[in-house]
Design a protein around this ligand. Structure first.
Ligand SMILES: Nc1nc2c(c(=O)[nH]1)N[C@H]1C(S)=C(S)[C@@H](COP(=O)(O)OP(=O)(O)OC[C@H]3O[C@@H](n4cnc5c(=O)[nH]c(N)nc54)[C@H](O)[C@@H]3O)O[C@H]1N2
Ligand SMILES: Nc1nc2c(c(=O)[nH]1)N[C@H]1C(S)=C(S)[C@@H](COP(=O)(O)OP(=O)(O)OC[C@H]3O[C@@H](n4cnc5c(=O)[nH]c(N)nc54)[C@H](O)[C@@H]3O)O[C@H]1N2
Ligand SMILES: [Mo]
Length: 756
């Protein structure tokens, strides 16, 4: 079968009436995603990059003439591959010999595309490692705060991962009450990093409902609650979930409705937490009335659901979005504490989970394929940043930042190379990022389209689309392997990242080390054989290639991450957690000792600088949330038909409550300006009768398109979000703590401005 693998699923390749290739849903996928169906349309899109490009004044004057200010403001000149690979090799040599390899920032965070071989970051990092190394980045935007917190609380294997979930089958069989903070944004489950052959998360949630599992959703948006009976939506002010969880803990404590035996046997630090809860230090009891005043959730509701959590076999799920906020560690830590008190941790299908439906694979009862990747090699440079500190890195050479008990030195970056990511989509406070990006001497970007990041480069390498190359795709959380076969040739002048880096490796004298004399077919067979060594039941490479896919058996018995907690809860002596105490750390002596002002010994409510209760809310009175886009993957496929048809007159849509729309005198479909001291962006309003007043929701992924006044017409929420970290512990991204003002936009559309 001719298949094409993406992060949003697998597609079959067919033909239209004119014999042109087109993508069709994969016949084995019960719930295929619309996102990829129009992917091939991008092949000849006008925004496609078709040749290596160099920014004019960089080409004319070189990297040292201080021309960085022209980045993003100046035109490019097309050059040949011979010239561009020479320019890059010379520039790498210059920076290396003058400043050392730590002056190269190659962190290159981003999702790129599915496929184990043409993995953009791995290709670039392998090349840079052979060239002497680079300053790197650690952790993710997805769960950067949890990824640093959880190793301290649950054990070191949760480093940069936060999948602790029981399997859906165990939830269905055993759980009576599923409480979701942040709810279940079902369009997110279209996606799985690395791809999937079978979207099943939405079906599992529905099956749980049919089986009678009651669902409670705490969210500012009713749309985060699945439809159907037995579902209760509780509106909550953004960023206040930790307070509600503490209010619940308080209720369980004072009513004696908590599992004392479990807390003693399996946790440490409950005593310290208890004194905080009852207000021994600050005189404030964190009771339901206190939590209600912060969160807007009625105290009776907090009490009722707390008791329900104790009285029934319950699972608390927290959406990853909650930790993409200021003090984002707290709701995760508080949820673990609440579940421990309620007494269901270690019971099948119960306890706590993070990210059910955030992507497809969390909770899937399937055997997970742990296979090899394209090896990146060893990086001789030890400098790194937590991934969301890019702006500080570029702004503050020689500075220091705190991170997880360390003081990291920020090297002086002269060259930035980004491949497979789009910081002008993903990073916060884009106007400030743009200024920071004008500081280094050289910026190189490998991309397939003219993203805002590509426009900020000096040298742009045009990259083939994933449907223009063969690859083996698999996700480490899923059981599918897909042979993703080329649908068409790339345009002349466009290479795959691997081909481009082979040319550069030639120039640098490390070609053999880079490609090991293997052609792409050899690499694919090599990677696949790595899987077969671990899973001998997989077919041989030729049969796999012919059939197009292989899936490890789907079985209810596949081990889930939560099984580990079941063994632990049964006998913490023989199956301890990898924490200092071997127990769940309700108070963490390690974190306490770091002495950070923004995270302490145990979970607590901390007031963000930007939330509806902050003094700033009298100036900017809307809390902006920026969830994942339903019709594309981040900024990818922005020009695909699914994304384009979801827009209104070419503008992104954001949602607002009916009350707020009335107050602002705007009607459904009106263009509005969302603004604060960091920036201004335009989007079309959609009225959501069930959204909490005071909240605005603008999904990510609209392409940052500032006009000459600096007003973004792409509807990118990161025009507005702050770079403030969740805390000094994680230094994680926190875009969901953002206050904005909104007004009707009566300005000219950008096309009209061009005509002036
Ligand atoms: N406000 C706000 N911001 C957020 C978030 C949020 O919730 N709110 N979420 C954050 C999260 S969780 C994430 S994961 C990030 C995602 O941010 P990114 O991962 O940076 O977003 P993508 O648009 O997926 O960027 C991947 C880029 O790689 C390019 N690409 C694809 N294939 C290839 C290839 O083979 N080679 C090369 N060279 N390039 C390729 C694509 O064209 C695309 O531009 O965004 C973060 N930003
Ligand atoms: N279609 C599609 N799917 C995707 C992606 C994509 O780009 N497109 N990106 C993928 C990636 S990289 C990731 S990391 C995951 C992210 O998965 P998540 O982090 O779970 O997703 P978000 O969409 O950011 O947020 C989910 C919901 O959280 C709610 N929420 C936000 N803040 C708060 C709060 O303070 N309190 C409460 N109670 N609720 C809140 C919002 O209403 C939102 O609808 O999604 C993945 N899935
Ligand atoms: Mo993510």
């Amino acid at each position: 079968m001719h298949l094409f693998a993406t992060h949003f699923g697998t597609y079959e390749v067919g033909c239209d009436a004119n014999g042109k290739p087109r993508l069709l849903p994969f016949r084995h996928d019960p719930d295929p995603s619309e996102i990829g169906l129009g992917y091939l349309d991008l092949a000849d899109h006008p925004e496609r990059i078709r040749a290596p490009m160099v920014r004019r004044s960089w080409l004319e004057n070189g990297p040292l003439a201080g021309t960085g200010v022209g980045r993003g403001r100046e035109g490019f000149v097309a050059v040949g591959w011979d010239e561009v690979t020479g320019l890059i090799a010379d520039e790498l040599r210059r920076v290396r010999s003058t400043h050392g390899n730590q002056a190269i920032f190659g962190g290159s965070y981003g999702w790129a595309s599915a496929g184990r071989f043409h993995h953009a970051q791995s290709q670039l990092k392998r090349l840079l490692n052979l060239a002497g190394g680079f300053t790197s980045s650690v952790n993710s935007y997805s769960y950067g705060a949890a990824g640093v917190l959880l190793p301290h609380i649950l054990g070191s294997e949760y480093k940069d991962a936060c999948d602790t979930s029981p399997s859906w089958s165990d939830i269905l069989e055993n759980c009576e009450l599923l409480v979701g903070f942040g709810g279940f944004r079902l369009t997110n489950a279209q996606v799985e990093a690395g791809g999937t052959g079978s979207h099943r998360a939405v079906e599992w949630l529905r099956r749980c409902q049919e089986r009678g599992v009651r669902i409670v959703v705490f969210s500012p948006a009713a749309s985060d609650a699945p439809l159907g009976p037995n579902v209760r939506h509780v509106p909550i002010r953004p960023n206040t979930d930790a307070a509600v969880m503490l209010g619940m803990c308080h209720r369980l404590l004072t009513e004696g409705l908590f599992d004392c035996e479990f807390l003693k046997r399996c946790t440490t630090g409950f005593g310290e937490f208890e004194s905080y809860l009852v207000g021994e230090g600050d005189g404030i009891a964190k009771d339901a009335a206190w939590a209600s005043a912060i969160s807007g959730v009625p105290a009776e509701t907090i009490i009722e659901i707390a008791e329900d959590l104790h009285d029934h076999r319950s699972l608390i799920n927290v959406a990853w979005s909650l930790q993409r906020a200021r003090f984002g560690e707290q709701p995760f830590w508080a949820a673990i504490t609440l579940a421990s008190m309620a007494g269901h941790v270690g019971r099948k299908g119960c306890g706590f989970a993070f990210g059910l439906t955030a992507v497809n694979a969390v909770g899937q009862p399937v055997r997970r394929l742990k296979g090899p990747a394209f090896e990146q090699g060893r990086n001789p440079v030890s400098h790194f940043i937590p991934v969301a500190r890019t702006t500080e890195l570029l702004e503050n050479p020689g500075g220091r930042i705190d991170y997880d008990g360390q003081a990291l030195e920020l090297p002086d970056i002269r060259l930035v190379w980004w491949a497979g990511g789009n910081p002008f989509h993903h990073h916060q406070d884009l106007n400030r990022l743009a200024e920071a990006f004008r500081r280094p001497e050289t910026v190189i970007v490998t991309e397939n389209m003219w993203t805002a990041t590509a426009k900020m480069a000096d040298i742009v390498l045009p990259s083939a689309f994933p449907f223009e190359r063969d690859d083996v795709a698999a996700s480490s959380r899923d059981n599918w392997l897909v042979y993703s076969r080329r649908v068409m040739e790339p345009p002349e002048g466009v290479l795959t990242d691997h081909e481009a880096y082979c040319l550069i490796a030639d120039r640098l004298g490390c070609r053999e080390a880079f490609d090991e004399n293997r052609c792409v077919d050899d690499w694919l067979a090599h990677i696949y054989e790595g899987y077969r060594e671990r899973y001998p039941e997989l077919p041989d490479f030729q049969s796999f290639r012919l059939r197009g896919f292989a899936a490890l058996d789907e079985g209810e018995e596949a081990p889930a991450p939560a099984d580990h907690f079941r063994r632990f809860a049964k006998d913490p002596e023989s199956a301890p957690l990898k924490t200092p105490s071997g127990r769940i750390e309700i108070a963490s002596g390690t974190i306490g000792k770091f002495g950070y002002p923004d995270i302490g010994l145990h979970p607590a409510w901390r007031e963000p600088e930007e939330w509806l209760g902050a003094p700033l809310a009298s100036k900017h009175r809307f809390h902006l949330l920026s969830p994942q886009p339903a019709h594309r993957l981040h900024g990818q496929l922005e020009y695909g038909p699914a994304s384009q048809s979801a827009k209104l007159r070419g503008y992104e849509r954001f949602t607002l409550s009916a009350v707020d729309a009335k107050g602002l005198a705007v009607e459904d479909g009106d263009l509005c300006e969302l603004y604060n001291d960091r920036g201004r962006t335009i989007a079309a309003v959609t009225i959501d009768a069930d959204l909490m007043p005071g909240v605005a929701v603008l999904p990510t992924g609209g392409w940052f398109r500032p006009d000459s006044d600096g007003i973004d017409h792409g509807g990118n929420p990161n025009t507005l979000t702050p770079i403030t970290a969740a805390s000094r512990l994680s230094q994680a991204t926190a875009p969901n703590s953002c206050l904005v003002s909104i007004r009707a936009w009566r300005g000219p559309a950008p096309e009209q401005q061009h005509e002036d």
